[in-house]
Design a protein around this ligand. Structure first.
Ligand SMILES: *[C@@H]1O[C@H](CO)[C@@H](O)[C@H](O)[C@H]1NC(C)=O
Ligand SMILES: *[C@@H]1O[C@H](CO)[C@@H](O)[C@H](O)[C@H]1NC(C)=O
Ligand SMILES: *[C@@H]1O[C@H](CO)[C@@H](O)[C@H](O)[C@H]1NC(C)=O
Ligand SMILES: *[C@@H]1O[C@H](CO)[C@@H](O)[C@H](O)[C@H]1NC(C)=O
Ligand SMILES: *[C@@H]1O[C@H](CO)[C@@H](O)[C@H](O)[C@H]1NC(C)=O
Ligand SMILES: *[C@@H]1O[C@H](CO)[C@@H](O)[C@H](O)[C@H]1NC(C)=O
Ligand SMILES: *[C@@H]1O[C@H](CO)[C@@H](O)[C@H](O)[C@H]1NC(C)=O
Ligand SMILES: *[C@@H]1O[C@H](CO)[C@@H](O)[C@H](O)[C@H]1NC(C)=O
Ligand SMILES: *[C@@H]1O[C@H](CO)[C@@H](O)[C@H](O)[C@H]1NC(C)=O
Length: 807
């Protein structure tokens, strides 16, 4: 059987690459527990932040272990790193009191108050025994009391977590404050001094340690899971990845007002709800809601960004539906009339999986507005919406987090076989489960590395982020081009940003540019060894003064990362590493905190306006790369118009409020639609079209699929030869994205995958296959569903197409 020989080849590759020892039920059980732990820790921290929005202090405190503590650096002492002046509170009861007191009237409960708490960009480190963990996060709070007072606080968490019984708890929440201020004046460095590097709990090498296969480790205490339970739980993780990607992709389409792509993501009766007003089901209802944001496409001066933060996902036990919950902050503006808005929304979206194709779609986008404010007036006085006299009711929290003290089982006991790609002979099940688990851990390892990079670049630690790259990995230096290898990346960075950046323990810095790498869409290869990442770069910063010059960094810039990551074997170690790092920036920026992204006029009521600030990276650069040419220049003619308008690219340059093109590494995840206007740049790394030997596929890695494999199927009744009589001719056409090759066999079955096999056919070069079925094989007078299955290959996803036939 050709079909299974394809699968076997893949399985062997995985076994060789990722496991020294054979995959067993025990090793899978242990690895699964590790990955589920990493996810639960993220869910704990993200839900903690979600609870703050609604002043649920008791529940927030219930996430702490009984002897867990909170240390909240006050930043008034000699040194932010010095614990001695940090508030130190132990135990859930005292922590609840502290949280409540700290929020005061800015608790999200008082009429007009706002308590937005963001925790993002996690680097999670699980201990070897799987019982404790550390996590670094960005933390940012936008708060207001509705009566004119506001607070902004930003900094870094270096937290610790412990497995207590069945659940992960916070054992230490350690906050290092870096900047603070108010809506009126913006923010600046706490203490008005230079800021140290907050110690990292990881090294570049450690940041890439795979989650799985941590041998030797403690012997498993519990019993091993059954194969069925493993299938169930691993499938749920795989599906969770798809859901998260879909929600985050939707956000990017909304930002660019790509309404056709947004609508493609919905079921035929999909809806959008805002504050419980729900659109009529279907495309026209969706279109009318989307049109309220404006017509399709962005024109000069329009900002429609909706960054998505701290998404948590809960799968239904049957794996056919899911809820995604999180925070979306609309940053809306029209530069032409100098108007802008903040829109703080909780979302709680419902998604469903099409059981036929296994493709996830949106059933309902559901937004509950926390607060909407004009940029000029801000959120301190309650904004313009919603007018609310009583405290808001939070949309339900996920994953049993509303009662975190109770010992809820971490996963349902029941199971159902949810293998996306059909059934395999038992002997192939365990290696295939290992591959599926690796695909999900690739998601978290990619986020880990992405976040680790984000923190290092904030602190401009050249050698540290150089070392996050693979030996043959490459990184773009904005406006210049790509440098390949950790040492060349490090040298380029130091040449550009100056010698202080090479020191592991640099002097305090007057200003820090923050790179929030959030809203990740991670496309994982079939074997789980490589991934393609799209991420938002929401750049902000802090400085000594909030209101002047470069140090007046309390504004925002927007960019997009297009990266790839690989599992590299080097000097006997296996590590997840950055293969390719590319940033397209800046799509927009705030001239200052005062004026925001739409040049809002706040001069009458606020502090003096700040001088217009050009690209932050450029300003910060103190050196020059003239004597250190890149391996690939963004001026390379082979890029064509790819970098036209971007800093360093071919003229004319395009800067906000003009609109730069936005590029895509994937097709629409539901419809397979290819982004128009030459903005599709996939598959493969951005500089790969200039350097084909940089393609993953030329380096022993698989290129992740860029979207669904679509199968359209036709059936016609034709005259067979005399002996057979009439036949049903079934024709299938398979398609994926440009430059994605479909090859292999397709099967025709009557009904589902375990039902009758009616034929197996090799695809032709155009992706067509045709089957001839004797009419007598189908029940006369009855509709038969004929299904064409494709197992996928190392470049494209599996697919399924069906046709109903009445003979
Ligand atoms: C907290 O309690 C756990 C279990 O009782 C114990 O293992 C741990 O050492 C304690 N932590 C601290 C900081 O006391
Ligand atoms: C949408 O349509 C599907 C299929 O017809 C149906 O099962 C489902 O109940 C509908 N959902 C809503 C919210 O109308
Ligand atoms: C500015 O233009 C937008 C449309 O882009 C409109 O919605 C908004 O009301 C206008 N604001 C002002 C203050 O005129
Ligand atoms: C949207 O969310 C609100 C608030 O949680 C809820 O009351 C409403 O039922 C949801 N709407 C849909 C269509 O799910
Ligand atoms: C939480 O769970 C515990 C233990 O199951 C139970 O005693 C308690 O009443 C629950 N609390 C809430 C608010 O549901
Ligand atoms: C993240 O990096 C740490 C080292 O800092 C490593 O131990 C851990 O396994 C990685 N976690 C994930 C989720 O990749
Ligand atoms: C910060 O502001 C003070 C006045 O408030 C000014 O003297 C100082 O030069 C400013 N520093 C910077 C770095 O702009
Ligand atoms: C199905 O039939 C229609 C009409 O004859 C034709 O346009 C289309 O190309 C066919 N599709 C396939 C997959 O054969
Ligand atoms: C597959 O089809 C067979 C035969 O029609 C049926 O008995 C079986 O329940 C189906 N299985 C699933 C998972 O739908």
């Amino acid at each position: 059987m050709r079909l299974f020989s394809v699968l076997t080849a893949t399985v062997l590759l995985v076994t060789r690459a990722s496991a020294q020892s054979p995959v067993t039920i025990e090793s899978l059980t242990e690895d699964l527990a590790r990955l589920e732990s990493v996810r639960e820790i993220k869910n704990v921290q993200r839900t903690f932040a979600q609870l703050a929005h609604y002043g649920r202090f008791q529940l927030m405190a219930s996430f702490f272990a009984d002897n867990g503590s909170l240390r909240w650096g006050a930043g008034t002492g000699a040194n932010i790193l010095d614990d001695s002046d940090a508030a130190a509170i132990t135990g859930p009861a005292a922590i609840e009191t502290w949280l409540r007191t700290d929020a005061g009237k800015m608790d999200g409960l008082q009429p007009g108050s706002l308590n937005t708490w963001i925790n993002e960009q996690p680097v999670i480190t699980l201990s070897a025994d799987g019982k404790s963990a550390k996590g670094r996060w960005h933390c940012l709070r936008f708060m207001g009391d509705g009566k004119g007072s506001s607070r902004i606080e930003g900094g870094i968490f270096e937290n610790q977590y412990a497995l207590v019984g069945e659940r992960w708890k916070i054992s230490l929440m350690r906050y290092y404050p870096l900047y603070a201020g108010s809506y009126r004046d913006g923010w600046k460095n706490v203490g008005g001094k230079g800021l140290p590097v907050i110690p990292y709990h990881y090294t570049p090498d450690e940041a890439g340690i795979p989650i799985l296969n941590q041998k030797p480790s403690a012997a498993p205490e519990g019993k091993s899971l059954s194969p069925e339970e493993l299938v169930y739980r691993i499938s749920q993780l795989n599906e969770e990845d798809e859901v998260r990607n879909l929600v985050h992709s939707m956000g990017y389409y909304v930002d660019r007002r790509m309404w056709d792509d947004v609508i493609d993501l919905f079921t035929p009766n999909g809806t959008i709800s805002v504050d419980s007003n729900t659109s009529p089901p279907g495309a026209s209802g969706l279109q009318s809601v989307l049109n309220r944001m404006g017509p399709a496409g962005l024109t000069r001066g329009i900002l429609n960004d909706h960054p998505i933060y701290q998404t948590t996902v809960e799968l239904a036990p049957d794996g056919l539906s899911a809820i995604a919950r999180g925070l979306e902050i609309g940053m809306i503006g029209d530069h032409a009339n100098r108007s802008a808005q903040w829109q703080f929304c909780t979302f709680r979206h419902t998604l469903v999986r099409d059981p036929d194709t296994s493709i996830w779609k949106i059933q309902n986008l559901n937004y509950s507005r926390l607060l909407v404010a004009e940029y000029a007036a801000g959120w301190a006085s309650g904004g313009i919406l919603p007018a609310r006299a009583s405290p808001p009711t939070p949309p339900a929290f996920l994953l049993g987090f509303l009662n975190y003290s109770s010992s809820v089982p971490r996963r349902p006991e029941s199971w159902s076989p949810l293998l996306r790609e059909g059934v395999h002979p038992t002997s192939e099940l365990l290696p295939d489960l290992a591959r599926r688990l690796l695909r999900s851990s690739s998601f978290d390892e990619t986020e880990n590395l992405s976040s680790a990079y984000g923190f290092y670049i904030d602190d401009v630690r050249c050698s540290l982020f150089g070392d996050l790259h693979a030996q043959k990995g490459f990184k773009a230096s904005p406006g210049i081009g790509w440098y390949r290898s950790p040492s060349r990346i490090t040298t380029a960075c130091a040449a550009r940003y100056g010698p202080n950046t090479a020191s592991l323990n640099p002097a305090p810095r007057g200003s820090i540019p923050f790179h929030w790498r959030i809203q990740l869409v991670v496309l994982t290869s079939h074997d789980g060894r490589s991934s393609t990442l799209r991420g938002r770069n929401l750049q902000t910063g802090t400085g000594l003064n909030s209101t002047s010059g470069f140090s007046g960094l309390a504004g925002f810039n927007g960019g997009i990362y297009h990266d790839q990551m690989v599992l590299e074997e080097h000097e006997g170690k296996t590590r997840r590493k950055i293969w390719s790092l590319t940033i397209d920036e800046f799509y927009w920026n705030s001239a200052s905190w005062g004026t925001g992204w739409a040049n809002v006029d706040r001069a009458s009521s606020l502090s003096p306006l700040i001088k217009r600030r050009s690209a932050m990276e450029k300003r910060q650069a103190s050196g020059s790369l003239e004597n250190f040419p890149p391996d690939v220049s963004i001026k390379d003619p082979l890029f064509g118009t790819r970098y036209q308008g971007f800093m360093g690219g071919p003229p004319p340059s395009v800067s906000w409020p003009n609109i730069l093109p936005m590029y895509w590494e994937y097709r629409n995840p539901v419809s397979g639609r290819v982004p128009s206007g030459g903005t599709y740049w996939g598959p493969g790394c951005v500089p790969c079209r200039v350097k084909p030997d940089w393609f993953l596929t030329n380096n022993g890695y698989e290129e992740p699929a860029t979207g669904p494999t679509l199968i359209s199927v036709n059936a016609t009744i034709a005259k067979g030869d005399g002996e057979i009589g009439d036949v049903v001719v079934v024709t299938a056409k398979l398609s994926a994205g440009p430059e994605e090759t479909i090859w292999g066999y397709v099967e025709l079955r009557k009904g589902n995958r375990s039902a009758n096999l009616m034929g197996e056919v090799l695809l032709d070069n155009e992706g067509f296959a045709s089957f001839t079925v004797p009419k007598g094989d189908l029940k006369a007078g009855q509709v038969s569903q004929l299904v064409v299955y494709y197992a996928g290959n190392d470049r494209v996803k599996p697919g399924r197409g069906a046709v109903d036939v009445l003979v």
